[in-house]
Write a protein that binds this ligand. Structure first.
Ligand code: PRP
Ligand code: URA
Length: 209
């Protein structure tokens, strides 16, 4: 079964509370999501391998550590996943960025794919899928399926808020994928929204409602 890592640093909890507030505008919402994404990215990259590197300090020569050349790709799920890209790239500027466009059909709640562009060497990279909301888990599971079809073998999922239903779905469909999340909320409502959640992440991020 896939592991779930809850990143509940006090600053993350504080910023997430600000995001949940229905009075928060798009500017604040965007900035807070970007900031929390840095904390999540810190955890996601915690197991990157390091290797020795000889460096000359102003005092003497020493052997220190650098990242051991493992290649990373991040894949935001459009639209809301875009809000996590800048924060991640602030920590890992060399990561390549793919995009998967999915929206949830409001009636069936099934994910509908409308765009996909992945780095050509995705099969050779560690991949992190970015999406703030893990609700039914349909979108995340479909995105991961798609990335696996392109040959990627090491995939992680980075979410802001997850519902227990979404975690269960990803664990069932993709037991090899570790989930990183800032909070696990109570449940889904009858429209498939996370309760208490923060509403529609894409709309709040881009001011489309
Ligand atoms: C949201 C969110 C996820 C999906 C989660 O996207 O960003 O991709 O819903 O729901 P699920 O776990 O039940 O699949 P949405 O379909 O609203 O598209 P948008 O980001 O373009 O607004
Ligand atoms: N998508 C969102 O943006 N919010 C939810 O609560 C569920 C799916």
């Amino acid at each position: 079964m896939s592991k779930v890592v809850v990143v509940d640093h006090p600053l993350v909890q504080h910023k997430l509370t600000m995001m949940r507030d229905k009075e928060a505008g798009a500017k604040d919402f965007r900035e807070l999501l970007s900031e929390i994404s840095m904390f999540l990215a810190y955890e996601v990259t915690k197991d990157l391998p390091v290797e020795d590197y000889v460096v000359e300090t102003p005092i003497c020569e020493t052997t220190s550590k650098v990242i051991a050349g493992r290649k990373l790709a991040i894949v935001p799920v459009l639209r809301a996943g875009l809000g996590m890209v800048d924060g991640f790239l602030t920590l890992v500027p060399a990561a390549k960025v793919g995009h998967i466009g999915l929206y949830r059909d409001p009636e069936t709640l099934q994910p509908v794919e409308y765009y996909c562009k992945l780095p050509p060497d995705i099969d050779d990279r560690d991949v992190v899928v970015l999406d703030p909301m893990l609700a039914t888990g349909g979108s995340a599971s479909a995105a991961i399926d798609f990335i696996k079809q392109h040959g990627a073998k090491h995939i992680k999922l980075m979410n802001l808020i997850a519902a227990p239903e979404g975690i269960e779905r990803v664990q069932k469909d993709h037991p090899d994928v570790t989930i990183y999340v800032a909070a696990i909320d109570e449940k889904l409502n009858e429209h498939g929204y996370i309760v208490p959640g923060l509403g529609d992440a894409g709309d709040r991020l881009f001011g489309t409602k």
